[in-house]
Design a protein. Structure first.
Length: 250
C-alpha cells in the first residue's frame, strides 16, 4: 500500500494486487506491485513467471516457496529478504524440526544469483533499535529502497508513510535504519548491540534489604521483621560452615 501510494504521488502508473493464502493463520500473502512511468503500459496486475524485477520478502519461508521462486529470473530479479527465524506449525508436531535457513538462502541465491540476493534479520534489528519487531517491515522496505529495488522517490515514500497515519514516527525511523543497513550493515548491527554489560548481582546484604522493603510495602514492617528473623537464624547456623548458599536460597 505504501509503495502504491508513493508511486501515485510520483505521478506514475501503479497496480497492487494482494493474494492471501487460506492455510492456518491466513497462510502466505503475496502482493503483486507493478509500477510504470506510463500508466497505459500496464496491461496486467499479476507479476508473471520470471517477470519480477524485485522481491521484497518479509518471510524467508514464503520467499523460498515455489510461488515466489517461479517469479524470479537470474539476471533480472533482485531480492531483499528478512531472514528472521519464524517457525511454522511443523515444530509443534516434530520435536526435531530445524529451521532450514541456510538451505532456503541457497535456493534463493541459486534462483537469482548470489550477488542479487540480500538477507537481513530485519525483525531483530528493528526490535533492538526501535523496540518493536513489527517495524521490521518498514526496515526491510528502507533497505530495499536504498538498494534501488523500489522505483519511487524518497519524498513520495515519506509522504505515503505520513498519509498512512499509523505509527508515523516509528515508520520513518525504521525506513531510515533500513537505508543505513543497506549502506553499512556492520555499523547498524553495532548500534543495535547492547551498550554495556549487565550490572553485577547484588550482595547478600543488598538482597535481604530489598526483600525487606518489598515485604514492608506488601504488608507492614512487622511482616518484614519476621522475614529478617528467619534469615538471621539461617545465616547464623550456616556461618559455621563458611557458606552463604542456603541463606541466599532462603
Amino acid at each position: 500500500a505504501l509503495i502504491g501510494m508513493a508511486a501515485h504521488i510520483d505521478g506514475k502508473g501503479v497496480t497492487v494486487l494482494d493474494m492471501t493464502g487460506l492455510a492456518q493463520k491466513g497462510g502466505a500473502v503475496f502482493s503483486h506491485v507493478r509500477i510504470c512511468d506510463d500508466p497505459e503500459a500496464i496491461h496486467a496486475v499479476r507479476v508473471a513467471t520470471g517477470d519480477a524485477d524485485a522481491l521484497i520478502g518479509g518471510d524467508i519461508i514464503v520467499s523460498a516457496s515455489p510461488d515466489a521462486l517461479t517469479r524470479m529470473q537470474a539476471g533480472r530479479t533482485r531480492v531483499v529478504v528478512n531472514c528472521a527465524r519464524t517457525p511454522t506449525a511443523d515444530f509443534t508436531r516434530n520435536p526435531d524440526w530445524q529451521f532450514p535457513l541456510e538451505r532456503m538462502q541457497a535456493v534463493i541465491g541459486e534462483a537469482v544469483g548470489e550477488a542479487a540476493a540480500h538477507f537481513v534479520d530485519a525483525s531483530d534489528l528493528a526490535f533492538r533499535l526501535l523496540g518493536d519487531s513489527i517495524a521490521g517491515n518498514l526496515f526491510l522496505l528502507g533497505y530495499a529502497w536504498q538498494k534501488g529495488l523500489v522505483p519511487v522517490s524518497w519524498d513520495a515514500m515519506d509522504r505515503a508513510i505520513e498519509l498512512n497515519g499509523t505509527a508515523v514516527a516509528m515508520s520513518r525511523a525504521a525506513f531510515l535504519w533500513g537505508r543505513r543497513a543497506a549502506l553499512d550493515a556492520a555499523a547498524v548491527a553495532a548500534r543495535a548491540a547492547p551498550k554495556s554489560e549487565a550490572p553485577p548481582p547484588p550482595s547478600l546484604d543488598e538482597l535481604i534489604a530489598s526483600r525487606e522493603r518489598m515485604l514492608t510495602d506488601y504488608q507492614d514492617a512487622a511482616y518484614a521483621a519476621r522475614y529478617r528473623d528467619l534469615i538471621n537464624r539461617v545465616r547464623a547456623a550456616e556461618g559455621k560452615l563458611g557458606s552463604t548458599a542456603l541463606t541466599e536460597a532462603v
